[in-house]
Design a protein around this ligand. Structure first.
Ligand SMILES: [Cu+2]
Length: 174
């Protein structure tokens, strides 16, 4: 009993999804050809093969009697994002982490780092071993200076400041 009610739930779900995806063009429905009606009837009676029946449905879709609305996948919009190098970031004993410490952005987004600290910093992309790589690398940024980079590929990008290498940040591009 339990099993069949589960099956029923699945069937209802599938049916509900179908309603969203399929809509019948009423104007065209009045013009459903006789052979289509016959094919459906004969399929039910086992006279017509499944292949012929499916071809008939294909015909209805191609001629827009059955309209299939495609559900577009939402494409994440690229953004302009900002990472603050906060006041006190230079201090190894302080909590002046990059804000946010892990910047999560869609592909194509641009990150701008802003130095809000009282001393110069830089932004150097590093690999998993902590070695500097030439991906996004800023000159020294004085207080108020900015540096930006546009991320065109998915991935997790690490960076640090070569003056204060204990300050490591992340950019996650999805
Ligand atoms: Cu620094």
């Amino acid at each position: 009993m339990k099993r069949s009610s589960k099956t029923m739930a699945v069937l209802v779900t599938v049916f509900a999804v179908s309603i969203v995806l399929l809509s019948v063009n009423v104007a065209s429905a009045q013009a459903v050809p006789e052979w289509v009606k016959n094919t459906a009837l004969w399929y039910g009676e086992g006279i017509v093969s499944e292949g012929e029946f499916l071809n008939m449905i294909k015909f209805l879709v191609e001629n827009k009697v059955i309209v299939i609305d495609s559900i577009a996948e939402p494409v994440p919009q690229a953004v302009d994002a900002q990472v603050v190098i906060p006041n006190g970031n230079y201090d190894v004993t302080g909590a002046g982490f990059y804000s946010p410490l892990n910047m999560e952005i869609p592909v194509g987004s641009t990150v701008t780092w802003v130095n809000d600290d009282s001393v110069p910093h830089n932004i150097q992309s590093i690999n998993q071993d902590g070695k500097v790589i030439q991906l996004f690398n800023s000159p020294p940024l004085n207080t108020g200076d900015r540096f930006e980079h546009t991320f065109e590929e998915e991935g997790v990008y690490k960076y640090y400041c070569s003056f204060h290498p204990w300050r490591v940040g992340l950019v996650t591009v999805y």
